[in-house]
Design a protein around this ligand. Sequence first.
Ligand SMILES: [Fe+2]
Length: 302
Amino acid sequence: MLTRIPKTELEKGMYVEAVECSQTVFGKRRFVLKSDSDFNAILNSPADFVLINTAIGSTGGAAAGVTSGAGKPLTPAEAKSAFGRSTGIVKAELVTMLSDGVLDMEKFSPVIEEITEADDAQFALMHEVSRLRTKDESTFQHSLSVGMLMGRLGDAVGLDKETVELLVLSGLLHDVGKLAIPSKILLKDGPLSPAERKVIRTHPRRGHTILKTYDNIPDLALEICLHHHELLDGTGYPMQLSGSEISLLVRISTVCDVFDALTSSRVYKRGWATVDALNWLFERDSQFDRKLVLRLGGLVDA
Ligand SMILES: [Fe+2]
């Protein structure tokens, strides 16, 4: 819900949609207010009012980022709330993209920021929360979770901050093609028939086609959307790429995607234990990059 408040009532953790300012002194829009510099910039601007979104950020009091208050660790309830809020943003943007043909990449910024700034303990809590999926939200929760894992793994293998942020964004967008799959197949309880599986397997190409219609989608997000189901031995899809044809960044996406799918719980299926999922991936080194699986193990099994 959009609420207009005097700037003097502004608190950290609020989601700022816009600062009412006739002069372009404060150009930043749509972000979770976290830093002292942004806070002071708004207070010192000529603006009198700020438009906040209470459906996304806090309404006052607690901070809405991955930390509560002044750097205190997240409680499980706060982790759940942060994950739910980020899922809401991913859902809103992907649905808007499909229905209205509009994608405002800026709106993913608070999610990417939240993920890339999380410390180990915060990541672990968010990951735990992400394992519990609701049926209708599962694609969005999976997208967010894969984005979290990809960013984390990219950071662990020494990629620069810009690439890590791109990996997070690519994770958020990688399964957008699933939203074009009929719900009765996508949300079906229980095993899929061969024909249904064939339909599901069209989602990378469908997603790639959707994303290509926008001129502001980074090449990496397009590549990961199309190839996140390719396997090193050439048995993946849609193009049966193999070995060195699959880049390191795409390999990161395949490992994280499968790990998240195995460990997540749904109403009809219990998620695997982390160690079982890691072992399963590790044993399939003809399909998944073993070095990346080991790195992932160091992150999620700590
Ligand atoms: Fe997928």
